[in-house]
Design a binder for this molecule. Structure first.
Ligand code: ADP
Ligand code: MG
Length: 343
């Protein structure tokens, strides 16, 4: 009898993680939060640590044809810090592991590190270790970030309540549009290398892709104003996908208002030149590294006037599902078409 074989694509990235981790038992009382959130939370006699890890693979997560090495280093740190902030914690240390082929010179790796160290400097974190090995092909960067959170102040994805307001920081969809632009320019360059791309007027969307920042400022604002979201995560795979994570893990539904989704004018402008729908880009684009969080209605006053925070909807009972109410007054179910490494 032939052995059965299941393609990973049938489960998808999240399905695979769930499949592999569903029977894991926690043995340590110090494990407060395990698999399933932006970071794990560990308790050490009242002091709490948040840990998170992320891997970036050449050809899957980045293309060196248009990614400057210094930016790559910077961004690889940012994506990890973003997960620590998403737990309402402050990052403190990093471990960086790299696998490199002989295609890279010492100078090239130095450039990547310049970017990594610039991010460490800006976010005030220490690089305390890692691992270096060779790779038979592409470049691999794996980073583990460690952070601190005041006891029990961490914020999970699973603790939103019915009626909570759904909020996002910054604007969405621009990084994805930056990617479309750079992919388009790469194609043109390969066909006619004499054509120089003019990226100057598209600086915003390209910048959102190549050198994102993590929302340290938002987490600091929460702390200063004695405010805590009821649930939170960062937006790496696209708004739809992340809203569905909060719904699933909090056992709730959600309503999103299309007109409230923040999209930068430069992102909209590029959408129109490509005849794309800006809302679709914000919902499914990904790599925004903004924060998605829920707020108790009683805390509305604490967040309503903050510049750069948009209230985009609210949480409902699970039976209502997750829907988006369009500008035209129609309601559609939200679907996760977010970025998927296995599609
Ligand atoms: P994020 O997008 O915030 O980085 P992921 O979607 O990558 O989060 O991961 C979701 C959760 O699954 C996290 O808690 C992560 O630690 C966990 N996870 C991902 N891959 C694995 C794995 N291979 N084994 C165990 N846990 C994993
Ligand atoms: Mg995350």
């Amino acid at each position: 009898m032939a052995e059965s074989r299941t393609e990973i694509g049938t489960l998808g990235e999240f399905g695979l993680i769930e499949h592999l981790t569903k029977n894991i038992e926690q043995r340590q009382i110090s494990t407060l939060v395990g698999v399933g959130d932006d970071g794990a939370v560990l308790d050490h006699y009242g002091r709490q640590t948040v840990v998170s890890t992320d891997m970036l693979i050449e050809g899957v997560h980045f293309d060196l044809a248009y990614t400057p090495l210094k930016h790559l280093g910077y961004k690889s740190v940012i994506v990890n810090l973003s997960d620590i902030y998403a737990m309402n914690a402050i990052p403190t240390q990093l471990l960086i592991s790299i696998a490199i082929s002989n295609r890279f010179s010492v100078e090239a790796v130095e450039e990547i590190y310049e970017g990594m160290l610039a991010a460490c400097d800006r976010y005030h974190v220490d690089l305390v270790g890692g691992d270096t090995t060779s790779s038979s092909g592409g470049l691999i960067i794996s980073i583990t970030a460690i952070g601190e959170v005041s006891p029990d102040k961490y914020v999970k994805r699973s603790t939103a309540q019915k009626g909570d307001l759904l909020c996002v920081s910054g604007d969405l969809g621009a990084a994805y549009l930056g990617l479309l632009l750079l992919e388009r320019e790469k194609k043109i360059f390969l066909e006619s290398p004499q054509v120089q791309p003019s990226l100057e007027e598209r600086k915003y969307i390209v910048g959102r892709l190549l050198h994102p920042e993590a929302r340290k400022d938002v987490i600091e604002f929460f702390e200063e104003n004695d405010f805590r979201p009821t649930a939170m995560m960062d937006i790496s795979d696209g708004l739809s996908s992340e809203v569905l994570h909060i719904c699933k893990q909090s056992d709730l539904g959600a309503v999103l208002y299309e007109e409230k989704i923040p999209i930068h004018p430069d992102a909209k402008d590029f959408c129109y030149t490509l005849e794309l729908d800006p809302t679709a880009c914000a919902l499914s684009g990904g790599e925004d590294y903004e924060l998605l969080f829920t707020v108790a209605q009683a805390d509305y006053d604490k967040i309503k006037d903050i510049e750069g925070i948009s209230i985009i909807g609210y949480m409902t009972e699970a039976e209502k599902g997750a829907t988006i109410l369009t500008k035209g007054g129609n309601s559609y179910p939200l679907t996760a078409q977010g970025w998927n490494a296995f599609s």
